[in-house]
Ligand binder design. Structure first.
Ligand SMILES: [Zn+2]
Length: 378
């Protein structure tokens, strides 16, 4: 009897063991299967966090169909992930923004197409997109924001300026970015970051604290008169090169003014104010802080032979050749509306050869070039 029971026990133990082993094998197999999916997901670029979420939601086959996708990865990493938006995430262009998925969800709900959402995300920072997502769905979205230098935060200004001026969307964006919707000297930007490309005009000013760091003196034989002038070292070198070339062509160009401090400019303004009055100053003389001369990148050029620069051979030579040495005529006659200054045939700005050539060939101003190609993201 005892032996029989022992046998039965042994048999039931065996059955139990088998069941446990089978369960363990199944579990292990399942575990290995899921691990394999996670490894494959990570191999094509999904993060560990995203891969875990994909596997726990059993979404891997849909994800493998899409392949590597940064927006989808961000979606699975985010607590805002919504299953119903999967196909949208896969089509929307990724941006490195904290609330990317949260904002995408809101924009989808507002009725924007995936391509429109990609545009919105690309034209602002996280906080701009968050603010924009709170608005009702807007019109002219594609028109404005397909212009690559457009800013999401300027939407209302674009709309208002377009209603006012009736320009095409690209011109509207360009002009608003140039602050044409603001009065001169009103609500100006105080420039805080400086480099040799710094743009100064009636909407962008330097404070009295700004003094360029790399000023160099012009050799006195390259200067008209006995006053001493400095400019950015690169400008001094480029002017020398240009002067040598001009001399070879029988033209003698000289520096008539170069770097001027904030205080120097104040003096200039007062001198002209006394001599010619307010209206002359408004049209021809920059207020202190608003002069390109304070950047150390601007020059007034004179002819050695005559004091009437417009009638000199040097004027014509510079119009033809200055760009080859990295200089542009900063305030041309045909662009007075854009620069905000009456033509100054003697005032040149150094921008380097590449930019000078582009500006010359495309007949645009430095203001436009700056907005289109150089302005940092706002
Ligand atoms: Zn000047």
């Amino acid at each position: 009897m005892a032996q029989k029971r022992k046998l039965r026990m042994k048999k039931s133990t065996r059955v139990l063991t088998t069941i446990i082993v089978v369960i363990l094998v199944v579990l292990l197999g399942g575990f290995l299967f899921l691990q394999d999916k996670k490894i494959k997901l990570q191999k094509i670029g999904y993060s560990k966090e995203a891969s875990n979420k994909i596997v726990s939601l059993m979404m891997w086959s849909k994800v493998f169909d899409v392949g590597a996708n940064k927006t989808l990865n961000a979606a699975f990493e985010s607590s805002s992930y919504q299953d119903k938006n999967f196909d949208h995430y896969a089509k929307i262009k990724y941006q490195d923004q904290k609330d990317l998925i949260k904002n995408i969800n809101i924009l989808i709900k507002k009725g924007y197409k995936d391509s429109a959402i990609s545009l919105i995300l690309s034209r602002g920072k996280n906080e701009d997109v968050t603010a924009f997502a709170k608005r009702e769905k807007v019109k002219y979205l594609e028109e404005f924001f397909s212009v690559k230098y457009s800013h999401l935060a300027y939407y209302d200004r674009y709309l208002a300026y377009q209603d006012l001026e009736n320009n095409d969307a690209e011109t509207t964006v360009l002009y608003v970015n140039l602050d044409f919707d603001k009065e001169d000297y009103k609500d100006v930007l105080e420039i805080s970051k400086f480099n040799k490309y710094t743009l100064v005009n009636k909407h962008r000013m330097l404070t009295n604290k700004y003094i360029p760091s790399n000023l160099k003196k012009f050799p006195q034989d390259e200067v008209k008169g006995s006053e001493e002038f400095t400019a950015n070292a690169e400008v001094v070198t480029a002017f020398h090169e240009m002067r040598e070339a001009a001399l070879k062509d029988g033209k003698d160009i000289l520096v008539n003014s170069a770097y001027r401090s904030y205080e120097d400019q104040e003096e200039v303004v007062n001198t002209y104010l006394e001599a010619y009055g307010q209206s002359y100053v408004d049209n021809y003389v920059a207020k202190a802080g608003f002069s390109e001369h304070q950047t150390g990148m601007g020059l007034d050029i004179a002819s050695a032979d005559t004091s009437v620069f417009l009638e000199s051979d040097e004027y014509g030579w510079l119009m033809e050749n200055a760009y080859k040495y990295g200089f542009i005529l900063r305030y041309p006659k045909s662009k007075e509306e854009i620069t905000g200054y009456k033509c100054e045939p003697w005032h040149y700005r150094y921008v380097g050869k590449k930019i000078a050539e582009y500006i010359k060939k495309n007949n645009i101003t430095y203001d436009e070039y700056y907005v289109m190609f150089l302005e940092e993201e706002l």
